[in-house]
Design a binder for this molecule. Structure first.
Ligand code: 1GP
Length: 240
């Protein structure tokens, strides 16, 4: 299995992918979670959160991995969120901000762990875009998101990330964002960059998902709406 190759291939042939984000802090019933995911599985399962208060991170990753319905990819808020059983990790650099801890600090702490871990590491530009309210990623990282209308800055930030060797660009409006990343940003980046886009934050219905996929996102990430049973994976998968 090579998840980056699969995403690049999807990008090349204009196939759309759905990732469901599971934040272990919001998991109260792993049996229900597994049922919800296995009835109609997404293409990818991301696991992580800006902070993890509960002590269930490894359990949640391994329960999802044991389902064996989709690759389980770590989406870590910090170095504590690396689990033995996952298939890959998005090694996120928060390049829209200037907090050294999220640009390189956590990465240095994670480096020896990831070396031993030996699984797939996917270097990813993580770009925070204003989603209309303060989200936990903003609070925890203490970085200011880029305004939705600063398309040139967003573009140049993503371009710099790809020039630094990042393989994916994750445009993040933040979990529970009021406003998702705007279509104009996605379509501009899709036109100008040669790199698959992951887009997440504030996607609450299939119409929005379809619009963002059509604008050029290769992977859409849905977390809150799935947690709240407000969206169905089946409908999302069928709306591609
Ligand atoms: C957050 O992009 C993800 O990192 C998902 O956001 O919870 O708003 O779907 P939502």
């Amino acid at each position: 299995m090579n998840i980056l190759n699969d995403i690049k291939q999807a990008y090349k042939v204009n196939q759309k992918l759905l990732a469901i984000l599971v934040d272990p802090d919001d998991v109260f019933d792993t049996v229900k979670l597994c049922e919800d995911i296995s009835v109609f599985p997404p293409d990818l399962i991301l696991v992580g959160g800006s902070t993890i208060e509960k002590n269930n991170f490894h359990e949640v990753v391994s329960v999802l991995k044991n389902l064996n319905v989709a690759p389980v990819v770590l989406f870590p808020g910090d170095v504590s969120q690396i689990s033995e059983t996952a298939d890959a990790i998005l090694l996120l650099s928060l390049i829209s901000g200037n907090n050294p801890e999220y640009l390189i600090g956590q990465h240095i702490k994670a480096a020896p762990i990831l070396k031993k871990w030996g699984k797939e590491i996917i270097p990813t530009s993580y770009i925070l875009i204003d989603g209309g309210r303060e989200t936990s990623v903003q609070r925890v990282s203490q970085t200011v998101p880029i305004a939705q209308n600063d398309i040139e800055i967003i573009m140049n930030t993503a371009l710099a990330g790809s020039q630094m060797g990042h393989q994916l660009v994750y445009l993040e409006a933040g979990s529970g964002a009021k406003n998702h990343v705007e279509v104009a940003i996605i379509s501009n980046l899709y036109k100008e960059l040669n790199i698959p886009l992951i887009v997440g934050g504030g996607i609450r219905n299939t119409q929005t998902a379809k619009m963002l996929w059509d604008a050029g996102a290769t992977v859409l990430v849905v977390g809150t709406a799935f947690e709240n049973d407000a969206i169905s994976i089946k409908e999302l998968m069928e709306s591609k």
